[in-house]
Design a protein around this ligand. Structure first.
Ligand code: MSP
Length: 512
């Protein structure tokens, strides 16, 4: 039976250079995509750029560029970032592509035909930065400026002819949908936010703009462009060739298993998007996960504070896998988390260099001295050997469920625990004192190699490059590894050759 899995990142506004927040959404999605592939799923992993709307039009105007040309340049920086971050995405969508424009216009027509859209007039608040409409009770004044109390961004008053989507008709149907699908929105705190927003009453949603032109035209009225969120959300199905719902991509991958997003865009994904889909008789996605924010120190990143973290700088200075590991292990997934140089360096030193790196180094050099780089033969597992190996083998389904419930911190901590236990095992067993007991010595070295193999497979979704460097000791390449093999306590063939290994992570000395 084919196991398929479809995961998406938000599509990013190419209004400026990518920052750490974008990198975060993409990296955590990549970890899940890679895990599912290891577990032998066919994984479709989508990311891309969200290129229409007033925010982009204004950003292009500031640079004196035509918006398409502006997006061509900046979208490329996001595409390049995907490579730098070693994302395993299978597609990269731009909302200015034909495949997407057709798809959005089709969805619009369906909504129109189903009598879900009508023409009227919008007067109310709009935030260009969020591309969002806010009601009066979501606005407050700060230093003489009107801002959204939800996001803190500046709002402006808009009055213009607009098409509306009959969102109010979907209030009860959405509540029923949330009730029937209790894990549609995770984590629970976000689910509760959405429930109280919807229970507070839904008003019809303005879904077109007339006062600017940078967007997809309403098919029946070229004076209007389609609201950028209706446009953007549709990327998740236009990448699957919607409106062709008979094609294999759509059939295999829709509904999406997981939209990974930041908590700031929950309302669009967990309220508007399922309402649009249900109104068009299409199934909503299976899950929307709203992760927390990455703070720069203790503060929100912002241009005005000048504290924007650039993922490229961090990758250049510390290496990609250090950053990926840090984000997974140090940010409690679902909550906000921060990056500081001190925390990053201490994580590299303690978890990567001392814990993982050191385990690999000492076991391989011990093997080299005593076994000439061969996997020992003639082994006999005792209780403490099995205790260590089974910590992984017995927890296969638990580990799967961590990933399937997006409990990424628990997954990472499990690995750290295994590494501690493996180092402790090697210390406690004192193989250097067991030279007279050959079977015992063989076994300790074999078990240590096995646990390195297992843990490296578990680490593969998080730090793919480093884990492959380690797995190469055993001549294992990405194509040779899969999740099931961590069940096996005797995977390594006795007397097979292993390779030496260089330094995986250099310890950072404050005085360097
Ligand atoms: N274009 C919309 C998304 C459309 S999806 C159909 C958008 N783009 S964005 O570029 O502004 O931000 C996208 C995502 O980047 C956020 O939802 C969030 O996932 C991530 N982040 C942006 N800043 C962030 C942090 N400081 N921390 C963590 N992630 C944040 O919204």
């Amino acid at each position: 039976m084919d196991k398929n899995f479809f995961i998406t990142t938000p599509i990013y506004y190419p209004s400026g250079k990518p920052h750490m927040g974008h990198a975060y959404s993409s990296i955590v999605s990549d970890v899940i995509a890679r895990f599912k592939r290891l577990d032998r799923y066919n994984v479709e992993f989508l990311t891309g750029t969200d290129e229409h709307g007033l925010k982009i039009q204004r950003a292009a105007e500031e640079k004196g560029l035509d918006p398409k040309k502006f997006c061509d340049e900046l979208s490329k920086t996001f595409r390049d970032l995907s490579k730098t971050l070693n994302l395993s995405n299978t597609d990269f969508i731009r909302t200015t592509e034909d495949r997407h424009i057709k798809s959005v216009q089709n969805l619009w027509k369906i909504l129109e035909n189903k009598n879900q859209i009508y023409l009227s007039k919008y007067s109310g608040w709009y935030s260009v930065s969020d591309e969002a409409f806010y009601s009066d009770n979501e606005i407050k004044e700060e230093n003489g400026i009107n801002i959204s109390s939800i996001s803190g961004s500046k709002v402006e008053w808009v009055e213009e002819e607009s098409y509306f989507f009959k969102l109010s008709e979907w209030e009860n149907k959405l509540l029923k949908f949330y009730e029937e699908n209790p894990k549609f929105i995770l984590p629970d705190t976000r689910r509760n936010e959405v429930l109280s927003f919807v229970k507070g009453g839904l008003k019809d949603l303005s879904v077109s703009r007339k006062s600017f032109s940078w967007g997809i035209k309403v098919p029946s009225n070229k004076d209007h462009v389609i609201y950028v969120w209706l446009d953007a959300l549709t990327n998740y199905i236009s990448a699957l060739n919607y409106p062709d719902t008979k094609n294999n991509k759509y059939k295999n991958y829709w509904p999406a298993d997981l939209h990974m997003i930041g908590k700031d865009i929950l309302r669009f994904h967990a309220v508007y998007w399922p309402a649009f889909l249900l109104a068009a008789d299409l199934p909503p996605p299976k899950r929307v996960y709203g992760h927390g924010w990455i703070l720069s120190g203790d503060e929100k990143m912002s241009k005005s504070k000048g504290n924007i973290l650039d993922p490229l700088e961090i990758v250049d200075k510390y290496g990609l896998d250090s950053l990926r590991f840090y984000l997974l292990k140090e940010v409690s997934f679902g909550n906000d988390g921060s990056i500081t140089q001190e925390k990053l360096e201490s994580c590299i030193n303690s978890d990567l260099a001392n814990n993982y790196g050191n385990l690999c180094q000492r076991v391989i050099s011990f093997n080299e001295k005593n076994y000439n780089l061969l996997v020992p033969d003639n082994i006999n597992f005792e209780k403490e050997d099995l205790k260590l190996l089974n910590k992984v083998s017995d927890n296969i389904n638990t580990l799967r469920s961590y990933i399937d419930n997006q409990e990424l911190s628990i997954y990472s901590n499990f690995i750290i625990d295994c590494l501690f236990e493996a180092n402790k095992y090697f210390n406690d067993q004192e193989p250097w004192k067991k030279k007279s007991d050959v079977v015992r010595l063989n076994t300790i070295v074999y078990v240590s190699l096995e646990i390195i193999r297992k843990v490296s497979i578990l680490l593969n979704p998080i730090i793919p490059d480093t884990s492959l460097k380690v797995l190469d000791i055993f001549n294992l390449k990405q194509k040779d590894i899969n999740f099931d093999t961590i069940k096996d306590n005797k995977f390594l063939k006795p007397n097979s050759n292993i390779k030496k290994i260089g330094i995986l992570f250099k310890k950072i000395d404050k005085n360097d």
